[in-house]
Ligand binder design. Structure first.
Ligand SMILES: [Zn+2]
Length: 422
């Protein structure tokens, strides 16, 4: 058996089920945990003539149905009820075939059951209302119930509705503060991209840790005003949880067939500078105008209020700490020092190789992003992105990894707060 990592299997399966699911008669069966339909991984090997290649090209519109392909080999996923038909087709063309994984879903079942919102798999969620369980990703309702509970419970918390999403969900900012007028304000957001569940859980974990014992936190925590937006894109988060694991944008209807604006391309600085972001159906569609979306308007409204001295945006996943592109002033040196220290502190936890650097040099090319707007327009020197553990935007963690990933972000934010002094 080939050694596919669990994360990779999970990711491919999510893609397969979500992309194939909507247009497919099996989707109902697959959403049902008692379904007897299995997803298998096959390998076809031999001379791949044009007819075979065409068949697989046709299948490829489901994207990650095909895991690997070279001149003589194709590894692909298939429903077991399609197996006979596929076997005859390959036999007809003298292509040998074998099953690499009999039941892909069974292989990842543990991770699915524990990390997916339980309601989707028909289980009863026993997490008390308003409490969070750090081995699962919470639903939006659970997050809101949690925020409302701590808002009532802790005097130093103040939960404010900044605005409403396209689908009328509240966008909350939680202010944690002793209200000392000399405190400097720091803004943190997470969940700007719907599918980045770990960013949201990490933020909630940071909140949970500091609010429980706020007055006994180090002065670099308690003598600051923390403004935290845990889910900047509530519609995208919900849609990713319930409908399409890989959903990234908000849920605005932008054309007859397409939905969503990438909120992290909707900020005014260098807006729409990259032509691909103007295409309405693209995953990075920048919107019809800067700040066209209620979610980014809510963010802007907040930053038009008190002066912020530091800004962090939490994304998942990439194992990185990033500063804005093209900084030429002396700020650059301080940004390098800060992000290096944060990455080093995060590496020290479980030896995940966090790296730091310029956002563009580190491969995240984009325009109209929040971080650039906060630095270049709002003049906040300490503006950074933390990408949680994991690579290439692959935010798929098994249950036991969710809490360590959140703790790592906590360590990164603590280091940021400790070194931050302007
Ligand atoms: Zn992101």
């Amino acid at each position: 058996m080939i050694d596919f990592t669990l994360n990779m299997i999970l990711f491919k399966l999510f893609l397969f089920l979500s992309l194939k699911g909507f247009s497919n008669i099996y989707s109902g069966a697959l959403a049902d945990p008692n379904s007897t339909i299995r997803v298998q991984l096959w390998r076809a090997q031999g001379y791949l003539n044009q007819a075979v290649l065409t068949e697989f090209d046709d299948r490829a519109h489901y994207d990650d149905e095909i895991w690997m392909r070279d001149n003589r080999t194709i590894d692909f996923m298939i429903f077991d009820i399609e197996a006979d038909q596929m076997a005859s087709f390959l036999d007809e063309h003298n292509v040998s075939h074998k099953i690499l994984i009999e039941d892909v879903r069974e292989r990842v079942d543990d991770a699915l059951v524990h990390t997916f919102p339980t309601r989707r798999y028909g289980q009863i969620d026993r997490t008390p209302r308003g409490a969070l369980d750090w081995t699962k990703y919470p639903t939006l309702d659970q997050i809101h119930a949690y925020l409302e509970r701590i808002n009532k419970k802790y005097q130093h918390c103040n939960l404010i509705t900044l605005g409403k999403s396209v689908n009328n969900k509240p966008i909350y900012v939680l202010k944690i503060s002793t209200m000392n007028p000399t405190n400097k304000a720091i803004l943190i957001d997470s969940g700007i991209h719907g599918r980045e569940w770990t960013s949201v859980v990490s933020m909630l974990y940071f909140i949970d840790t500091i609010v429980r014992d706020f007055r006994h936190q180090p002065s670099y925590i308690k003598d600051r005003d923390w403004h935290i937006i845990p889910v900047l894109n509530p519609d995208g988060y919900e849609y990713s949880l319930n409908n399409d694991r890989l959903w990234k944008k908000n849920r605005r209807k932008v054309s007859e067939f397409c939905y969503g604006v990438d909120l992290n391309r909707n900020f005014e600085y260098n807006w729409a500078k990259q032509s691909s972001t103007r295409s309405v159906c693209s995953d990075t569609f920048c919107g019809r105008a800067p700040f066209s979306e209620p979610e980014t308007q809510a963010f802007k409204k907040l930053t038009d209020g008190p002066r912020f001295h530091g800004y962090l945006s939490i994304h998942s996943a990439g194992t990185k700490v990033l500063f804005p592109m093209g900084v030429t002033s002396s700020d650059h040196v301080d940004q390098i020092t800060m992000t290096k220290a944060m990455a080093q502190a995060m590496r020290g936890f479980q030896n995940y190789q966090f790296v730091s650097g310029d956002i563009h040099a580190m491969g995240k090319v984009g325009y109209g992003m929040a971080i650039d707007w906060m630095y270049f327009t709002k003049k906040i020197k300490h503006s950074y992105i933390i990408e949680t553990r994991g690579q290439n935007g692959l935010d798929v963690l098994v249950p036991k990894e969710i809490l360590p990933a959140a703790k790592e972000v906590h360590i990164g934010i603590m280091k940021f707060a400790e070194l931050f002094n302007s």
